[in-house]
Ligand binder design. Structure first.
Ligand SMILES: *[C@@H]1O[C@H](CO)[C@@H](O)[C@H](O)[C@H]1NC(C)=O
Ligand SMILES: *[C@@H]1O[C@H](CO)[C@@H](O)[C@H](O)[C@H]1NC(C)=O
Ligand SMILES: *[C@@H]1O[C@H](CO)[C@@H](O)[C@H](O)[C@H]1NC(C)=O
Ligand SMILES: *[C@@H]1O[C@H](CO)[C@@H](O)[C@H](O)[C@H]1NC(C)=O
Ligand SMILES: *[C@@H]1O[C@H](CO)[C@@H](O)[C@H](O)[C@H]1NC(C)=O
Ligand SMILES: *[C@@H]1O[C@H](CO)[C@@H](O)[C@H](O)[C@H]1NC(C)=O
Ligand SMILES: *[C@@H]1O[C@H](CO)[C@@H](O)[C@H](O)[C@H]1NC(C)=O
Length: 907
């Protein structure tokens, strides 16, 4: 086996800079954070897996059977002290509440004699850990295991991986008393599994597989059709998706043609068989110790080392074999080095200096591990084209149309979670991935008909809203994509005109086309047997039932309040997007606009409204509709804060306009948290809660009254709202308190599900000292930086040409690392949480009317100098970042100027 790519190139993505990042910070990552918890909802749902950033298959020790609600690894106390490993899994399960698909597996063992038993059963094959041998790293996992019933045999396992290839080194040792045991490696290929049906029903499933053994090449390859989330596949793509198959191809560096091999089915063994098909299938290869032979092993020397590479593919067995050759190093140390280099290229960009206290050092581990977590998803599903003749270097399998296409593709889009801050993190720190991730979404649209909501190989429609609209708008706002007509000519176009057209069409479809049977199907969470959920309830949302907009009717649709609010934000995002796409595209690719406007505006609306273009229309709807579910008369007693009741809450509404129950209509939250879900209209929210003072009081009641639940995403931006109501010091306090109580450096160190990086992205931005409350506003709300000194090396995005002013004339550009350096200095921040002052690039800003900084102020590096204090300061009183006049970000060098004036209730 030879390495076909250089050390600077991991997988298919070349490292853009020749700079070799050191690896000093990798040991400060704790891969065990978030790997257990009392129950699935109160656990990070992360696994200590080995793979490069955005790796296609992640390899992990298997401590439990994985399915929806259980990851393959759970670091319980009993596992830690006295655990067993059931094998090693190449998993594609992206989150604890999502299913597995296209996995591969490896299980070492020993048999008595060369034709002895192969243990295939999940429980029977368990190997107890040898105490104190387990080590977790980002590029290597290793463990010593006892082999039961082998009279003292053991195996030392080292496991590393590139994106599509797992690399194992097994050092088998004979026991002392018997020399009659022979090592084997079993490759589970198709397994008995379970399907999860809402609310809590597991049904056994036996996916089919194939296995092929080539003893002359020391290869075992196979496939299985397991895709646990198939039952959530939208009706219209189910026929295509049922063909979904995952392949693997494994090659040993040690011949097994003489020692034996075979196929297993359930508990039965076909020694010498070279192929098999069906359910509960596996293949195995037998090995021997030096000097040991089939008739008498007594003279053997007791140790044998076996290397195994196992590649995965979503395309074919041949592609898996190709991946095996393309990504494999002979020496596992080289595989480890390449994967660590890929992590170092990201993690070393986060240089943190603390005051040296134990607490601060712990926070630093949490920060660096958050960076690690936030770089897992979405993950690559494309593979290299063997001998590409022209055009794309990559191709991928799409389960939406059961075809292979050229291009890059990604899976693991938990968009309802990640649009909040994880995408902003990806854009800032992994910009080289953004074009491929965006194109992948456009391909999903072309192949299945809609942008992704929660793509796990196929669309699953888990959670709500069409927040892919927000991902597209934010990417374009931050410089990817087309130039608007008046944009800077220095920036290179990322997307072709055709791609920009698809971006616009797909987002407009979200905003304008309801799902099938929208009047009758509830589209409740994980509803099976329905089509794409898209914006379920759009047909009532875009009708104007009352004088002031539409809503998702609670008697037709689940989660109606959350949907109404989320769709309004998505409208805002599509409005922003419409200003970033060349206007000729927008004008000619907005089907149905006049009919949809006619539903929304009423005959008595001003003429200017009836004539409005799509931007104005969407902006109007984004600002009108969320307030239809605001009940100004709803109240809650101010139990903690005292005094007057809190007035004004969101509330479900029936189709006829009457209010529903105060408990109805929410997902992952309640009326308390959703009443703060107006990130694009904060100033109006403050007004409706009676002005700054009573708004701040309502936030205090929310936090101190026990209504804030940070284990789910709707609360993530809430602490930052204080700063928009002239009460920044509360933001500073709350952010520190949340960071302290929801994140720590232990296996149970994440209070809620990681959700493909959103929990961690919250932590990283909060540690930096700011957070993107409205992701498509191009601004951040300032909080409280966690460390005395932080230096972030921001990669140069692919749209920046070499002669760009941000490189040539920028004192914060570092040519050694080809990065923009953003330094955030906050002396004594470890012990002082309050902000007394902030200067930017050496300029003291005296009047912080709004504690908000723009993306442009940090995107090319810079110097933020905070003055910290141990007592509440008056700094940062402001009126709110988004006044109604500047509702859409206007201050970008790369977008045209758009100013919108929208009056309420005058539609
Ligand atoms: C981990 O295992 C413990 C003990 O069996 C169990 O209570 C818990 O629910 C599991 N947690 C997760 C996240 O699977
Ligand atoms: C460790 O686990 C094994 C099997 O899981 C059990 O038989 C044994 O009693 C346990 N030992 C301790 C010290 O808990
Ligand atoms: C086997 O023998 C070696 C060397 O004598 C000793 O260190 C080891 O503990 C023994 N292992 C077992 C399982 O008895
Ligand atoms: C496995 O294949 C058999 C025979 O073709 C078929 O009857 C069965 O439904 C398949 N199982 C699954 C889970 O697809
Ligand atoms: C929509 O109208 C606004 C305000 O008149 C204008 O600035 C913008 O260019 C128009 N957009 C399109 C796509 O026509
Ligand atoms: C650029 O970055 C390298 C690597 O971190 C560092 O050694 C060097 O001092 C930096 N250069 C400047 C001018 O800051
Ligand atoms: C909120 O307070 C700021 C001053 O901190 C003031 O400028 C603004 O007008 C107030 N907003 C409201 C709605 O009362």
């Amino acid at each position: 086996m030879k390495a076909l790519f250089s050390l600077l190139c991991v997988g298919s993505i070349p490292v853009v800079t020749a700079y070799q990042w050191p690896k000093t910070l990798l040991s400060s990552i704790n891969p065990l954070i978030g790997t257990t918890g009392p129950e699935p909802n109160l656990a990070g749902g992360m696994i200590p897996s080995v793979s490069p950033p955005f790796g296609s298959t992640r390899w992990v020790a298997e401590t439990q059977h994985n399915h929806v609600s259980a990851t393959p690894f759970n670091y319980t106390e009993s596992y830690k002290n006295n655990g067993s490993i059931h094998g090693f899994l190449g998993t594609r399960q992206p989150a604890i509440w999502m299913g597995e698909s296209a996995w591969a597996g490896v299980v070492p063992g020993m048999s008595f004699g060369l034709s002895g038993d192969i243990k295939t059963d999940f429980e029977e094959r368990a190997l107890p850990k040898i105490p104190d041998t387990e080590q977790f790293g980002v590029g290597m996992y290793s463990v010593g295991l006892e082999i039961p019933d082998s009279e003292g045999g053991t195996v030392q396992v080292s496991m590393s991986a590139s994106s599509r290839v797992g690399h194992f080194q097994f050092v088998f040792r004979q026991g002392n008393s018997s020399k009659s045991y022979y090592p084997y490696v079993f490759l589970p290929t198709a397994r008995p599994t379970e399907l999860f049906h809402t609310p809590d029903v597991f049904v056994p499933l036996y996916p089919n597989g194939t296995v092929e053994i080539s003893p002359d090449n020391a290869e075992i390859c196979g496939s299985n059709s397991e895709m646990q989330d198939f039952l959530l596949t939208p009706n219209s793509v189910k026929d295509a998706a049922q063909h979904f198959t995952g392949w693997y191809c494994a090659r040993f560096d040690t011949a097994f043609s003489e020692t034996g091999y075979g196929v297993t089915q359930g508990g039965s063994i076909s020694e010498g068989a070279t192929s098999g098909t069906g359910e509960y299938l596996g293949g195995y290869a037998r090995f021997k110790f030096p000097g040991q032979d089939a008739s008498d092993g007594e003279s053997s020397s007791g140790v044998v080392t076996i290397n195994l590479h196992i590649a995965t593919s979503l395309i074919s067995a041949d592609q898996a074999r190709y991946n095996l050759n393309a990504e494999s190093f002979v020496d596992i140390a080289d595989t480890q080095a390449a994967t660590e280099n890929a992590w170092a290229e990201k993690v070393e960009r986060f240089q943190v200096e603390t005051d040296g206290s134990a607490e601060a050092e712990e926070r630093k581990v949490v920060l660096l591990t958050s960076v690690f977590h936030a770089l897992h998803y979405p993950y690559e599903t494309h593979e290299d084209i063997p001998n590409p003749s022209s055009g794309s270097q990559h191709h991928y399998y799409s389960a939406h149309d059961n075809s292979i296409h050229e291009g890059e593709s990604y899976s693991g889009y938990s968009v309802w979670d990640t649009y909040r801050a994880a995408w902003a993190f990806t854009i800032l720190f992994a910009p080289e991935r953004v074009p491929g991730m965006v194109r992948s979404m456009l391909q999903d649209y072309k192949e299945g008909g809609w942008l992704p909501m929660w793509k796990n190989m196929i669309e699953t429609s888990v959670m709500i809203g069409s927040h892919a609209d927000s991902l597209l708008a934010e990417a374009l706002l931050k410089g990817f994509g087309g130039l608007a007509e008046s944009g800077s000519s220095e920036i290179q176009r990322t997307f072709t005109t055709e791609e920009l057209t698809t971006i616009w069409e797909s987002a407009w479809k979200d905003a304008s086309v309801p799902p099938v049977d929208d009047d009758t199907v509830s589209y409740s969470d994980r509803e099976e047997g329905v089509d794409y959920e898209a914006r379920a309830g759009l047909s009532t949302f875009y009708e104007q039932y009352a004088d002031n907009g539409g809503w998702v009717a609670n008697d037709i649709h689940s989660e109606s309040v959350s949907r109404t609010l989320d769709y309004a934000y998505d409208d805002h995002a599509v409005a922003v997007l419409s200003t970033l796409i060349p206007s000729d595209i927008v004008r000619t690719h907005t089907p149905g606009l006049s009919e949809i406007k006619a539903k929304f505006y009423k005959a008595n609306s001003p003429e200017s409204r009836l004539d409005s273009n799509v931007t104005t229309f969407l902006n109007d709807r984004a600002l009108a509709n969320p307030w239809t579910v605001w009940n100004p008369a709803a109240s809650a007693p101010a139990i903690v804060t005292g005094g007057d009741d809190i007035m004004g809450f969101v509330q479900a509404r029936q189709q006829d306009g009457t209010w529903g129950s105060t408990l109805d209509g929410f997902t992952e939250g309640d009326r308390w948290v959703y009443s703060f879900d107006y990130v694009h209209d904060v100033a109006e929210l403050v007004k409706r809660r009676g002005g700054n003072e009573s708004f701040v009081k309502s936030l205090n009641e929310f936090f101190d009254g026990g209504w804030a639940d940070f284990t789910n995403e709707p609360a993530h931006h809430a602490p930052y709202l204080y700063a928009l109501a002239g009460a920044a010091s509360y933001t500073q306090e709350r952010v520190r308190e949340i960071a302290q109580s929801n994140f720590n450096n232990t296996p149970n160190g994440l209070s809620g599900n990681e959700d493909c990086g959103q929990m961690s992205a919250w932590y990283v931005f909060s540690a930096m000292g700011f957070y993107p409350v409205n992701p498509v506003a191009g601004v951040f709300v300032v909080g409280s930086p966690f460390f005395s000194s932080q230096l972030f090396s921001i990669p140069v995005p692919p749209f920046i040409p070499p002669a760009h002013s941000s490189i040539i004339d920028n004192p914060y550009y570092n040519s050694t690392t080809n990065s923009y350096e953003l330094r955030i200095v906050a002396p004594s921040a470890e012990t002082k949480q309050y902000v007394k002052g902030l200067s930017i690039n050496g300029k003291i800003v005296e009047d912080w009317e709004e504690p908000v900084i723009s993306y442009d102020q940090i995107r090319y590096g810079g110097l933020l100098e905070f003055e910290m204090s141990d007592q509440e300061e008056s700094w940062g009183g402001g009126r709110g970042a988004w006044t109604r006049e500047t509702n859409i970000y206007t201050d970008s060098a790369f977008t045209s100027q758009h100013v919108f004036t929208v009056e309420h209730n005058e539609l």
